[in-house]
Ligand binder design. Structure first.
Ligand code: PEP
Length: 249
């Protein structure tokens, strides 16, 4: 039985004051929630404030990216150790916006993933095809490439503990959610890739989230699918009420 995870990705939204106000409103709305893990990924500047504000709850705080080196002359970068120091427990890697705007590749995702695992952070690795790739019938080819490049050199045990987020790029921030069936088909395929590379046990344990315009209105249908173990939520995670409704699906 895989424990569901609902994660929020705040992208480049929320000041410190907005972060504190979010938690003040959100915590009472999820206080009795036992059925899933809750993760929130604020921008770097709000990590420590979010960790502080989440105290007394089971909400874990994640970063939206990090660098693979421990320290050095890498202006603008943040290491896994620096994240841990804030009280952060997880890190999103390979988000499609990082791939699209900041030159992230499967090779850099893999270096970051191995650094996160070594540091003891929970990685949430994003994969997903663009619209033109889906329309050209290349979804599985893209997922296979991202999977084998991104997950290279993990051990079976490490693979079983990571989180993967299937995020079709055409569904992110567009209001155009993948149907539960489309998401399930892709996620079943990803699990099969996991079984081929890391064995059936690891693949059965690995949690695969769906991301792309998840809302209170569509979360139940998605979560009813066998291979959907949770959600990575962008826009709707900014609003405490909407996000709590997703968490309490
Ligand atoms: C995301 O940022 O990972 C995401 C899925 O965004 P949205 O929910 O807004 O589509």
């Amino acid at each position: 039985m895989r424990r569901p995870v609902i994660a929020g990705n705040w992208k480049m939204y929320k000041t410190l004051a907005e972060t504190r106000a979010f938690f003040e409103a959100f915590k009472p709305l999820v206080v009795g929630t036992k059925k899933c893990d809750i993760v929130i990924a604020p921008p770097f500047t709000a990590l420590a404030a979010a960790v502080e504000a989440a105290k007394g709850s089971s909400i874990a705080i994640a970063a939206q990216d990090a660098y693979w080196e421990c320290e050095g002359a890498f202006t603008g970068e943040i290491s896994m150790g620096m994240l841990l120091e804030t009280g952060c427990r997880a890190v999103i890697l390979g988000h499609s916006e990082r791939r699209q705007y900041f030159g992230e590749t499967d090779a850099t995702v893999n270096r970051k993933l191995r650094a996160a695992v070594a540091a003891g952070l929970q990685p949430i690795v994003c994969v997903g095809e663009r619209l033109e790739e889906r329309e050209a019938g290349k979804t599985e080819e893209v997922l296979e490439r991202q999977f084998s490049g991104g997950m290279a050199a993990l051990t079976d045990a490490e693979f079983s503990r990571i989180l993967i987020a299937y995020e079709p790029v055409w569904a992110i921030g567009t209001g155009r959610t993948a149907t539960p069936e489309i998401a399930e088909e892709a996620q079943r395929f990803i699990r099969r890739l996991g079984a081929k590379k890391f064995g059936a046990d690891g693949a059965a344990t690995c949690r695969i989230l769906y991301g792309g315009s998840v809302k209170p209105e569509n979360i139940r249908g998605l979560m009813a699918q066998e291979d959907i173990d949770g959600a990575l939520v962008g826009g709707a995670s900014l609003d405490p009420r909407a996000f709590s409704e997703i968490v309490n699906y």
